[in-house]
Write a protein that binds this ligand. Sequence first.
Ligand SMILES: [Zn+2]
Length: 140
Amino acid sequence: MRRAAVSARLARLVRQRAGDRCEYCQLPQQWQESTFHIDHVRPRFARGRSLVENLALACVGCSLKKGAQTSRTDPASGEAVRLFNPRLDEWKEHFTWDGHWRIVGLSPIGRATVIALDLNRIRLVEIRRDLALLGRYPPQ
Ligand SMILES: [Zn+2]
């Protein structure tokens, strides 16, 4: 059996710190069938370590889309920029929502991350809309 990259204690700490929400798309773990992943912000292949300062909670979709990506082209400037780093960056400085529960990038990092992680996956937008109807989205 393959050794887990992150201990149960560390995973618990990361989930708690994130308030049980995906740190990229802000989706809450509650009512999601799949358990969110413990993401290595700097990927393991790039020597990202399994330390609390390099870990983030990511829904399965964001985690799989992010994969080993660390940068992407900002569509507005055409420049390659690093992706959003939940350990360094404030979510609200880089993202907001439009009137239809789509995430909009406010900065080069935000715009590049919206594309890299496909933060407006159709099912995700539908879940945001439904959670908003229940008063459970967006997070405070
Ligand atoms: Zn997500």
